[in-house]
Design a protein around this ligand. Structure first.
Ligand code: DAT
Ligand code: MG
Length: 139
């Protein structure tokens, strides 16, 4: 079924100039770019986006990190793209992410309280709809 996913090139990836590389992998895979913007997220947006993680030890460092600089937010489209992008992204922990995946190739552990892993990708159709509403209310 054709679906959409929210992808974010996080502040670490954006600052290191990885946006083009991530977009290249998405396009090479065959997914379509539907909308894209560069912005610095507010704490309010991130509180909504990461509501499921509130109270966890990495929550505050995560919100701090995600609001620390510009990100590229992208809506992608294609059959199975939610699961497909999660596969392109690789495991959450960049040390465990397989070589060949975005996180496996472009990210590493820096010994901080939050794992900086270059990209976000929605994890279900429900999350995708909710997250696209936060980042692209105009869609
Ligand atoms: P994902 O981004 O793979 O969906 P998640 O939703 O569980 O992972 O967590 C959101 C982000 O928070 C994740 O990309 C990196 C950070 N994070 C998750 N678990 C962590 C942990 N145990 N320690 C440090 N940072 C963590
Ligand atoms: Mg997640």
């Amino acid at each position: 079924m054709t679906e959409r996913s929210l992808v974010i090139i996080k502040p670490d990836g954006f600052a290191r100039g990885n946006t083009g590389e991530v977009l290249r992998r998405i396009e090479t895979k065959g997914y379509t770019l539907v909308a894209m913007k560069i912005l610095t997220a507010t704490r309010e947006m991130l509180a909504a986006h990461y509501a499921e993680h509130e109270g966890k030890p990495f929550y505050e460092p995560l919100v701090e990190f995600m609001s620390s600089g510009p990100v590229a937010a992208v809506v992608i489209e294609g059959d199975g793209c939610i699961k497909g992008f999660r596969s392109l992204a690789g495991a959450t922990n960049p040390t465990e992410a397989a070589p060949g995946s975005i996180r496996g190739d472009l990210a590493r552990d820096w010994g901080e309280k939050v794992q900086k892993n270059v990209v976000h990708g929605s994890d279900s159709p429900e999350s995708a709809a909710r997250e696209i509403g936060i980042w692209f209310p105009e869609l």
